[in-house]
Design a protein around this ligand. Structure first.
Ligand code: SF4
Length: 325
């Protein structure tokens, strides 16, 4: 097996074309994902994290401009022709979307929906073999095999999310991207789905990108975290360290926005994150977080901080990173 990372994203830039002009959603993001590793991407709505996930498998609307490089197992995804791209999706990289009710076909039994990518990509030699595989996959995600005959509306929200995970795993991809897979679920079911993803990742040696606005969720399932703001990564590092000792004020606000279940000393930060996320088309000058940052200085309005070393395996884009936090 190669020592190279499974996924290398280098200076990725994504710009949507809208009626009111160009919308730069991702503005120069770079990271590596090692084989078998998991990376959590956190940030508020509109920070660019889902756009980046979709850009990795080129699932963006026609007309969207994508620059930079996405190397999946050494292959340049952005340079692939449509045929090659179709063969890579599902078999080498698959995505679990949020909102399983909308992601599933309401008039097709779930067994047929899970079998579809296997038959399309011929990873199973026959419909019978695909049905056998569907039963195995359902059991792996904690559903009885006989649920293959159910329609999506006959399942609970958590069961539907498990179906989407089974579908994503159907062709045995090396990379699984989970985009807010637990957002619509209650806390108990969310915990079950997270535990399922963590178990499947270890059992299958999957590399995983897990996207959510809830930083506390990511520390349980991810080795590393990257926090995005205004289309850029503003802090990255090992997940536990980043969550418990954030160096960027935005990471600190995001971490304080969620209580830690089971920790009696934990309190939600009453000040929280004031203000709204920035409009990507009109980012504030200097540090884009400065209008919301309690620690902003004059220079923050004019200097745009770059990602700089902020400790062992840590980088942060803040003028304060050289100073004690
Ligand atoms: Fe706050 Fe300034 Fe750091 Fe931006 S650069 S996060 S405004 S202190």
């Amino acid at each position: 097996m190669s020592d190279a990372p499974l996924l290398r994203v280098d200076d990725l830039r994504v710009t949507y074309r809208t009626r009111s002009g160009d919308l730069p959603a991702v503005q120069g993001v770079s990271f590596d994902l090692e084989r078998g590793a998991s990376l959590g991407l956190a940030g508020e709505s509109g920070c660019g994290k889902s756009t980046m996930a979709n850009a990795i498998l080129r699932l963006l609307p026609t007309g969207t401009t994508v620059d930079g490089a996405v190397l999946l197992d050494g292959q340049d995804v952005l340079a692939m022709n449509p045929g090659r791209l179709r063969s890579v999706r599902w078999t080498e990289g698959a995505i679990v979307f949020q909102g399983a009710l909308h992601a599933l076909n309401p008039v097709q039994r779930i067994g047929a929906q899970i079998a579809e990518p296997m038959l399309l990509h011929r990873t199973q030699p026959s419909k019978r073999a695909a049905s056998t595989r569907v039963a195995e996959l359902l059991e792996q995600v904690g559903l009885p095999a006989d649920r293959a005959g159910a329609y999506p509306h006959q399942l609970s929200g958590g069961q539907r999310q498990r179906v989407l995970i089974a579908m994503a795993l159907a062709c045995d991809p090396s990379l699984l991207i989970a985009d807010e897979p637990t957002t619509a679920l209650d806390v108990m079911v969310q915990a079950q789905v997270l535990a399922l993803l963590a178990r499947l990742r270890v059992e299958r040696g999957l590399s995983m990108i897990f996207i959510t606005h809830d930083l506390s969720v990511l520390t349980d399932v991810c080795d590393d975290l990257a926090v995005m703001y205004g289309g850029r990564i503003v802090e990255e590092g090992r997940s536990d360290e980043l969550f418990h000792t954030p160096r960027h004020p935005y990471t600190a606000g995001l971490a304080a926005a969620f209580p830690t279940i089971g920790d009696p000393a934990s309190r939600m930060n009453p000040s929280g994150l004031g203000g709204d996320p920035p409009d990507p088309a009109h980012l504030p000058s200097g540090c884009p977080f400065h209008p919301r940052c309690a620690r902003a200085e004059d220079r923050c309005r004019t200097e745009r901080p770059l990602l700089m070393p902020a400790g062992e395996l840590r980088r942060a884009a803040c003028v304060l990173v050289e100073e004690p936090s």
